[in-house]
Design a protein around this ligand. Sequence first.
Ligand SMILES: [Zn+2]
Length: 119
Amino acid sequence: MEVLNNLLKLVSEPIVQFFLWVAVIFVIANVFLDRRISFWVASVGATYFWVKKQDPMVALRAWVVVLSVFLIVLMVKHLFNLNVALLLKGKKRCPMCWEEIHRRAKVCPYCHHSFERID
Ligand SMILES: [Zn+2]
């Protein structure tokens, strides 16, 4: 029961509600539209609704969170040459043909580039 109570407390947070709205609009839009367009429809739609009907500060705070996460991912990508999105999918990118391949692959299945180090 405690888990449920904590979950309810979390859902009652305005910023969590904002993200839930974005998620719901995204899922609905994704039925009819391309994923990238749905993302923008959901983001702009939820922000517009929040600024009009709810607290604009919540929308602002939510976007600060989104931008921070985006900046961290971008920084990790540039500083450590690590693509978080690919890592989460368990993939890596072949430096020769730029295809997404399995993280542990030793030979690229597309261009046969070898990842084995020749010492
Ligand atoms: Zn390749």
